[in-house]
Design a protein around this ligand. Structure first.
Ligand code: SF4
Length: 379
């Protein structure tokens, strides 16, 4: 039987989530899925990326962890389970959050500015960031959190009916629900709705290539430029993320990078310079790079917010390295929120927070003052 549930009920059911993942005015219809009931089976689908091993063990080939998993056990992310030597995702169609957000919130600044994205998440993550904004969902197991049945066709329909231009896979780590992403993106395209993935880039090449077939843009959280930071603060590795960035470039996927600047942990000028030169040399000058302000949260409540001077210094390092589009995020009203033409230096898109105040792109995606082409997805 189908129930109609209001957004209020949906949010109450999702109580405890960070404010970062809430904020729409939708009416959801869907069937409540209660943890620990037989209904959990409806969210199982055979995983697309794994290898069978002797004695009903399997090796997951989705992310660089390559978890080797015994029968009846789950992987590190908690979202995949070995059942009789077959591997399953547990979160297919199992949404724990769904909202309409401005695309600028992702942030994607060179992708359909001023539009909205139907944004969905599941439980689970393949890393453990000490500064996670959405740890209540990213560090939860699917059966620890109330979820909603939202299969790909429903997602596409909601996205279309809400007037959004895209579906965003976000809040927790979409890598761990990649089968759901692929099918939602295909269903979305059938409705004329595009798809964007907000990800840590901690994924193997084959699934990422498959995702590129169905995604219209990717935002990568590059969390630092040292293996040391990745090991101690993220419980992951840097190198696979850099490999993902170069793969996205080779696939011509529209990509933007966000770097959360955390005082004392990843704000050293020498590392920022190295990173900006790496981006320039490997990806080119046109990849937007967003330096985002950190606020104390989760396991890093002991650190202060990022000083504005640090963010401005980081942005100047990027511009000096030759990057054309360096931004400052989480500081509404800062001039680093605007897009400037790299040729005539005039403001192309003026922003305050998630709002567009002025858009000086012409119909061909060029600066209307000097006709320089501005890279991005504008239509
Ligand atoms: S996706 Fe999950 S199960 Fe697979 S390797 Fe990564 S952490 Fe392990």
């Amino acid at each position: 039987m189908r129930n109609i549930i209001s957004r209020r009920e949906f949010l109450r059911a999702s109580a405890g989530f960070s404010g970062a993942c809430l904020g729409s005015s939708l009416i959801f219809s869907g069937e409540l899925a209660f943890a620990g009931t037989k209904k959990d089976d409806i969210f199982r689908r055979e995983a697309r990326y794994y290898e069978k091993l002797p004695n009903r063990r399997i090796k997951c080939k989705l992310c660089p962890r390559e978890c080797v998993i015994d029968d009846q056990e789950t992987g590190y992310c908690g979202a995949r389970e070995n059942h009789d030597g077959k591997y399953y995702t547990l979160v297919y169609g199992r949404a724990v959050s769904a909202n309409v957000d401005p695309i600028e919130k992702k942030p994607l600044f060179h992708f359909l500015p001023g539009t909205t994205a139907f944004s969905i998440a599941t439980a689970g993550c393949n890393v453990l960031c000490k500064f996670c904004q959405n740890w209540e969902i990213s560090q939860a197991r699917p059966d620890q959190i109330r979820s909603y049945k939202l299969f790909p066709k429903d997602v596409a329909r909601y996205a279309k009916n809400a007037g959004t231009e895209s579906i965003a896979y976000t809040y927790n780590e979409p890598v761990i629900f990649t089968e759901y992403v692929e099918d939602c993106a295909e269903a979305g395209h059938e409705q004329g709705v595009r798809s964007v993935m907000i990800t840590n880039g901690y994924i193997q090449a084959e699934p990422m290539r498959d995702l590129c077939r169905v995604l219209d843009a990717v935002k990568i959280d590059l969390k630092a430029f040292t293996e040391d930071f990745y090991r101690k603060i993220v419980a992951g590795k840097l190198k696979p993320v850099l490999d993902t960035l170069t793969l996205l470039k080779s696939e011509n996927e529209w990509t933007e990078i966000v770097y959360l600047v955390i005082p004392t942990l990843n704000d050293q000028a020498a590392d920022l310079k190295k990173m900006c030169h790496w981006i320039y040399n490997e990806l080119g000058p046109d990849v937007p790079l967003h330096f985002s302000r950190f606020y104390p949260i989760y396991r890093l409540k002991n650190l202060p917010p990022t000083p504005l001077a640090t963010l401005e210094k980081a942005r100047n390092i990027a511009l000096d390295a030759g990057l054309h589009y360096a931004y400052i995020g989480n500081v509404p009203g800062n001039e680093g929120e605007n897009t400037y033409c790299p040729n005539c230096k005039k403001i192309i898109i003026r922003r305050i927070g998630y709002q567009i105040l002025e858009n000086n792109l012409d119909s061909k995606g060029r600066c209307k003052f000097c006709k320089t082409s501005i890279p991005g997805v504008w239509h």
